[in-house]
Design a protein around this ligand. Structure first.
Ligand code: SF4
Length: 448
């Protein structure tokens, strides 16, 4: 077989076989960058353990593979007066969306993006970067516990990329204890919108529709994970899903075009509170190395009780398009060895060689350069997206980080507020209930 098999039950991507010319680009990226086709049997009905990253779609010159579209269901929800539609946007969307409307690559369009979502009828527009700050509070605290108490498995692996998590569950289930139990930012955001946000705003969770706009097709799979319905248990309402829909950046653009909204003419607007503020550290989650840098800032501040040193506010050893980066940082007298990887095939090499066990903390993102070039980002005229575009998006997020007065999750007043009034402290019982999760082996799964 020359192509990646995409079955009809794949929650993230679809394939239009009439457009496929059999060039094999999809299979090449799946084999050489993602490493799934290198391990899986390609034949057999429904027999391919896709991790849903969509990089096959990102390299398809015929657009034969694309993200499963959900924007029309969200449009129906905003037109339904019974529904309260809460839309949250991931960091990378604001440096990709402008490209769909003639802006230069990497243009930071946060304000217009929020304005566009309001025009489309969202009742509230919130920021996934808020939940990225929360992820760092939880994941960083979890890391410190593993590091300092000697309890828990090291190295700790980041868990915010659902394709990476599924890769571990499928091909290395013995490594599941290495994964942080912290949910991804969109999964934290969804669970909190239907609990904390609903309580504070006096909203009936049954009426809320949670939507995440993301650069990512794998998030469409992630929200279907059976266990991600913690708001349901918390609210005592059967059948509530933490997140109802994920739209890609490209889908948001398609929706705006269908509604004939003139993006260029929009007046920038601000996110709603009380889940709409983020530090610069939350914003850089979109870049390879961004989660690690954000975590190191928080860990440093938490251990020393001081602001992160300048070095960690521009931590170049974990920045850039090199596929594997490593660094050693001294935190309160303890040497912390970290690695940052993109491409699951590259992570596989670290696992196979055993080198991965020489680190304390490892960030893995599946897509090249991180989420800024997730398969849901606009593709533009050149396919795949060239590195110059990736670098422009990366730069835009670092520039935005630099311009923020808040540079760590600990500086974010909305993070202080949620711990003071709702969660108590990182890894509290309530935080464990709503913000952490468990994984399971998929070693036998033919899964989609
Ligand atoms: Fe999604 Fe980001 Fe992972 Fe790509 S790197 S699959 S965009 S979470």
């Amino acid at each position: 077989m020359n192509c990646v098999p995409v079955y009809g039950n794949n929650p993230a991507i679809v394939k239009d076989f009439t457009r496929c010319v059999g060039c094999g680009h999809c299979l090449a990226v799946c084999r050489e960058e993602i490493g799934v086709a290198a391990k899986a049997h390609l034949g057999g009905a429904q027999g391919f353990p896709c991790v849903n990253c969509g990089q096959c779609a990102a390299v398809c010159p015929e657009h034969a593979i694309y993200a499963r579209p959900d924007w029309m269901q969200v449009r129906d929800a905003v037109r339904d007066p019974e529904k309260i539609v809460v839309i949250s946007t991931a960091p990378s969307v604001r440096v990709g969306l402008g490209e769909c409307f003639g802006e230069k690559e990497g243009t930071f369009v946060e304000g217009k993006m929020v304005s566009a979502l309001k025009q489309l009828g969202a009742d509230y527009v919130l920021d996934v970067a808020f939940a990225a700050d929360l992820t760092i509070m939880e994941e960083g605290t979890e890391f410190l516990r593993r590091l300092l108490s000697g309890k828990g498995t090291l190295p700790q692996f980041t868990s915010c990329c659902p394709a990476w998590v599924k890769y571990i569950e499928t091909f290395h289930p013995a490594r599941i204890p290495n994964l942080s139990t912290a949910k991804s930012p969109i999964s934290m955001q969804g669970a909190l919108v239907k609990t904390y946000f609903a309580q504070k705003m006096g909203l009936d969770p049954r009426r809320i529709v949670t939507v995440a706009v993301a650069p990512c097709t794998a998030k469409k799979f992630e929200i279907t994970r059976e266990e991600l319905c913690d708001a349901s248990a918390f609210d005592g309402i059967a059948g509530l899903r933490d997140n109802d829909y994920v739209l890609t950046t490209q889908e948001l653009s398609d929706w705006l075009c269908a509604e004939q909204i003139d993006f260029a003419q929009l007046t920038p607007a601000a996110f709603d509170s009380i889940m709409g503020k983020s530090s610069g550290a939350g914003l850089i989650f979109g870049n390879t190395g961004g989660v690690m840098e954000a975590a190191l800032r928080m860990v440093y501040a938490s251990v020393t009780g001081q602001k992160p040193i300048d070095l960690l506010l521009d931590y170049t050893p974990v920045r850039g398009m090199e596929q594997i980066k490593e660094a050693t940082v001294s935190v309160g007298g303890q040497e912390v060895r970290v690695a940052v990887v993109y491409g699951t095939k590259a992570a596989e090499a670290l696992i196979e060689s055993g080198k991965i066990d020489t680190y304390h903390f490892v960030e893995v993102m599946t897509c090249p350069g991180g989420c800024i070039s997730g398969a849901g980002q606009p593709s533009g005229a050149v396919i795949p997206v060239p590195n110059t575009t990736r670098q422009a998006r990366i730069r835009a997020l670092y520039d935005a980080d630099k311009q923020r007065s808040m540079r760590t999750a600990l500086d974010n007043p909305e993070i202080t507020q949620i711990y003071d009034t709702f969660l108590t402290h990182p890894l509290s019982e309530r935080a464990e209930q709503l913000l952490h999760t468990a994984y399971h082996s998929r070693a036998d799964a033919s899964g989609s």
